[in-house]
Write a protein that binds this ligand. Structure first.
Ligand SMILES: [Fe+2]
Length: 278
């Protein structure tokens, strides 16, 4: 059996073990269904467009789904990879590879057909899952030490198509603020600054190449964990961009072992190269 097949089997065993048949049959998708039940999607689509491909919902996930994420984030604390880039960022990350191994509920949420269909409605794009060797496909970001932050940046797409970011609040016992600027890439509109301190269960959605953003520094004793989902419109990536993206992920987020593990498996014939399609 290939390494990939073994991992997939382990993930399914974890899903069944963690929550019985209910989990395997789409608890996450049902939660998303409840989340979407009370939303006026047509109005939110207008808001998303008017804000230059940005949307913030202070309440999105049902309480039980949020609690599962909080439990998962706490359980994954020992797996956090710390990183530090002087003048730009400090914090911790847990990649999709670790999530797959230990907290598959998050992967189930990421793949929720109801969530993806709603995101397609908001963005107006046909979305695909990020390839399985992309550690950002779903990842947790941890701010647990004084000064953890990330400076101004875009979530640049290294893919041939667009890259969308979804942020979900998980734990926020912090003073950290997501600062952003709308319309910075639109010559016909003035830049429009904004800020949110998104609480557990809140959702942020944006086109990575359009939203300039940062997260302000945490203080001593504060804890903040957010979950990110990444969807793309075209999962192809040119080799030199793949190299740049991998180096960035290894240094700034997940460490070389996490990022290059899949590439090494591919080189030895163990991993499937292409990503799943929605
Ligand atoms: Fe970002």
């Amino acid at each position: 059996m290939s390494v990939q097949a073994e991992e997939e089997q382990a993930v399914m065993a974890n899903v069944r073990g963690a929550g019985g048949e209910a989990a395997a049959n789409g608890t996450a998708d049902a939660s998303i269904g409840r989340a979407l039940g009370g939303l006026d999607s047509a109005r939110l689509r207008d808001e998303y467009v008017n804000q230059g491909s940005f949307l913030y919902l202070s309440e999105f996930l049902p309480a039980d789904a949020t609690q599962r994420l909080i439990d998962a984030a706490n359980a994954l604390m020992p797996e956090v990879n710390r990183n530090f880039i002087p003048g730009h960022k400090a914090g911790g990350s847990v990649s999709r590879h670790t999530i797959d191994r230990l907290q598959p509920y998050i992967a189930e949420l990421y793949r929720s057909p109801k969530l993806i269909a709603w995101l397609e409605k908001m963005t107006g794009d046909k979305l695909q899952l990020s390839p399985e060797d992309d550690p950002h496909a779903y990842a947790l970001y941890y701010y647990t030490r004084a000064g953890d932050h990330i400076g101004w940046h875009y979530d640049t797409s290294y893919y041939d198509g667009r890259r969308y970011t979804v942020l979900l609040g998980v734990i926020d016992d912090s003073s950290c603020i997501l600062d952003y600027e709308l319309h910075t890439r639109d010559q016909n509109k003035a830049d429009e600054p904004g800020a949110v301190q998104y609480p557990p269960g809140a959702l942020v959605l944006f086109d990575g190449d359009k939203l300039r953003h940062r997260v302000t520094a945490s203080r001593e004793g504060e804890v903040r964990v957010s979950l990110t989902f990444e969807y793309v419109t075209n999962p192809n990536m040119r080799p030199w961009r793949r190299f740049i993206s991998n180096m960035k992920d290894a240094i700034a987020y997940f460490g070389f072992r996490q990022v290059f593990r899949k590439a090494l498996q591919s080189a030895t014939g163990g991993a499937r190269k292409t990503g799943e399609r929605v």
